[in-house]
Design a protein around this ligand. Structure first.
Ligand SMILES: Nc1ncnc2c1ncn2[C@@H]1O[C@H](COP(=O)(O)OP(=O)(O)O)[C@@H](O)[C@H]1O
Ligand SMILES: [Mg+2]
Length: 285
């Protein structure tokens, strides 16, 4: 027996899995996945973003051209390939992405008759870390955070994300209909908790595209805080043109313009999330 085989196996890192979900489009799910992921990586976490929207905006926003998406989350969900083999590096150190393609829009029908159809992503994430266990030659990173960017729908793709997650992060846009649809989303989370994933919780609600010049924005913040209480993060993401420009350069806003108010807000959100994670861990211990 070699010395190495006598040594206790290094504990396998288990990533925290957070899904960005809201069945409304255009509320800031993708923007939050990209920039929260970047901010977490900037403070030392090793982050994988899983692009589960067939539109592939998270992939595009992180500079992954379509020609580079030879394998994607579609192939992961069909079981063709391992998640770690779909991963691409981004311009941000310690931030990786499993990209998506339009193929993903057909996945629901393809998986319809499979008994494990809701658990495809969960099982793939369980096999994500620990590549070196089976192949010592591999130097894959051990992820500490997985962020899942969901499509604007409560379909099988989103259910896969919820079944695979520790917690859900809900971006809500500061607009008149912000709360509309939230109870449907919370109901779906509750259903997934009782049927598929008893450990699932709501991590928090992040208010996005806040416009201080607009009284309505302030009213929405008050309403959402009244309705959801402490679940709402203190950090509010302002509407900021730099945030919306960055994806067309294939960059997170933190790389495009670190000093702008949008970047600073995402850095604050990341530290708030890490803090919430710490208190969850203390509560669980
Ligand atoms: N804080 C912000 N300031 C300005 N524009 C934003 C902000 N957050 C998101 N956007 C823009 O709003 C649009 C929708 O955001 P996105 O993250 O794609 O939403 P979703 O993924 O929920 O559909 C995008 O064009 C994005 O650039
Ligand atoms: Mg999106």
């Amino acid at each position: 027996m070699t010395e190495a085989s006598l040594a206790p196996a290094a504990p396998r890192a288990v990533p925290r899995v957070l899904a960005l979900a809201n069945q409304k489009g255009g509320v800031g799910k993708t923007t939050t996945a990209i920039n929260l992921g970047t901010a977490l990586a900037a403070i030392g976490e090793t982050v994988l973003i899983i692009d589960l929207d067939p539109q592939g905006n998270a992939s595009t926003g992180l500079g992954i051209e379509r020609s580079r998406r030879r394998v994607s989350t579609y192939d992961v969900l069909t079981g063709e390939i391992e998640l770690r083999d779909a991963v691409l590096e981004t311009a941000v150190p310690r931030l990786h992405i499993a990209p998506s393609t339009l193929d993903l829009s057909g996945i629901e029908l393809e998986l319809a008759s499979q008994r494990d159809r809701a658990f495809r992503l969960r099982d793939a994430i369980r096999r994500l870390n620990g590549a070196a266990d089976s192949d010592p030659e591999r130097t894959d990173p051990e992820y500490t955070y997985v962020l899942i960017d969901c499509p604007p729908s409560l379909n099988l793709i989103t259910v896969n994300a919820m079944a695979a997650s520790n917690a859900i992060l809900v971006p809500l846009q500061c607009e008149f209909f912000a709360l509309e649809g939230l109870s449907q989303l919370l109901k779906t989370v509750e259903q997934v908790r009782t049927t598929l994933n008893p450990g699932l919780s709501i991590h928090g609600i992040v208010l996005t595209m806040f416009d201080a010049r607009n009284n309505l924005s302030t009213q929405v913040v008050d309403d959402v805080r009244q309705f959801m209480g402490e679940k709402v993060y203190e950090t509010i993401i302002p509407r900021n043109v730099r945030v919306s420009e960055a994806p067309s350069y294939g960059k997170p806003v933190l790389l495009y313009d670190l000093k702008c108010v949008g970047s600073q807000a995402y850095l604050r959100l990341a530290s708030e999330i890490i803090q919430r994670e710490r208190s969850l861990r203390v509560a669980a211990a």
